[in-house]
Design a protein around this ligand. Sequence first.
Ligand code: FAD
Length: 439
Amino acid sequence: MMSSVTRRSIVAAGATLALPRALRAQAFFDTDVVIVGAGPAGLGAARACAREGKRFVMLEARDRIGGRVFTDGSLGAPYDAGAFYIHWADRNPWRPIANELGVSVREENSLPSGAWLSFENGVPVERSARRQQYAELSKRFDTDLGEVPDVSFVQRVADRPELLQGARGLARMAVGDEPDRISALDYARLWDGDDFIVPEGYGALVQRFGAAFPVKLSTPVTHIRWDGQGVVVESPAGRLTARTVIVTVPVGVLAAGSIRFTPELPALTQEGLGGLAMGALTKIGLRFEGTRFGLPANSNLWDEISGVGGINFECWPFDRDLIVAVFGGDFARSVLAKGEQGAVETMLERLSAMLGPQVRAAFKGASVNGWATDPYAMGCYSHARPGEAGARAKLAQPVGDRIWFAGEATAVGDGDFGAAMTAGGAFLAGEAAVRGMRL
Ligand SMILES: Cc1cc2nc3c(=O)[nH]c(=O)nc-3n(C[C@H](O)[C@H](O)[C@H](O)COP(=O)(O)OP(=O)(O)OC[C@H]3O[C@@H](n4cnc5c(N)ncnc54)[C@H](O)[C@@H]3O)c2cc1C
């Protein structure tokens, strides 16, 4: 068959070949980098691309940016439904970003502290025994204080059964999961430091920062092909070709298979994914009017429910008319399984048992942020399973020199994964992915 190649197209092809490598690639691919997800990691990658002059396209499944850093304003008074603390603020990139944008941040302990009350099954109890346990526990989960083996939280305190109750609380409230499912070593590696807070909202800060970057919203990526040159990224908006892709979606979303890869991801990446799991830390905002039940601003009510777990009710944060219920583990999963109305009803029952019948009279509305049932999160943040403390390093290995998994799960920091689980770490991971590219 006569070729349809004309003299003109041959000249054009010749001209492309004569271009330098970088320009040739520009002509061949729609863009240099596709960034999947516009949470902190995606935004960290976007800023790094912009600074290095790389072309990028950012695709986000939700109709907003920020991912699991989200300031919920639906109750009239804002609260952070996801990330709240700028952890280890001395090296967290969000602190200088806040300064640059003129967003006020404060040291956590600069806020006036309210009451701290503990209840067990609705009955007030002394807090001091619990505090003592946490002090003991923190020694067992700190690599600076000795070797921490890659065993579960439960095994880590096996020789001190009196610490088990505290280990359960730590696992559920700090990691969001049950203590037999979490690697003590992975947890012990997390960085320490001062926590800062953002009165306007951590989510509001991230939104403000992200407004500088172009993002295609409501565009869930469904398929990434890497069987040819570069990558092809598919979404309802169509196909995009790029030299590389940075995938910042949570590991829960990856594990659910929401994004198909062709060919399948290599064994090392899959091992990494298999070694990680997502916790279920949940926040429910509750609005009240007319009374504060005698509690000053920034009070905390700890509600221990025997054999099940506990809820921390954060009362009147920043002097706002809100109580934010925070809870994790299987208890959170079982509450979310009741649906939004059922979940709110459970919170009102628990509060009424502690504060009395005026709770229902003053209740004005609620918003449920069930990250564990959210298809674009599938959990609160990642943790390694017992024996899998090497999982983050496996997932962080780039695939075929063109797919990077970057996000809180691979929050590499100084190479020790101590920045994992956090919004600051996610930002660093996004930046590190761009730095690691040979474009
Ligand atoms: C209740 C709770 C409390 C927390 N508290 C803190 C805290 O105090 N301090 C702290 O530092 N961190 C905290 N975190 C963790 C913090 O929110 C995360 O570590 C951080 O958001 C991770 O950023 P990321 O960019 O890796 O992922 P994400 O923030 O989840 O961003 C990923 C983005 O990918 C998008 N996405 C998902 N699937 C697709 C798809 N198929 N196609 C396109 N886009 C997709 C998502 O919508 C999302 O916007 C908390 C989290 C929760 C849930």
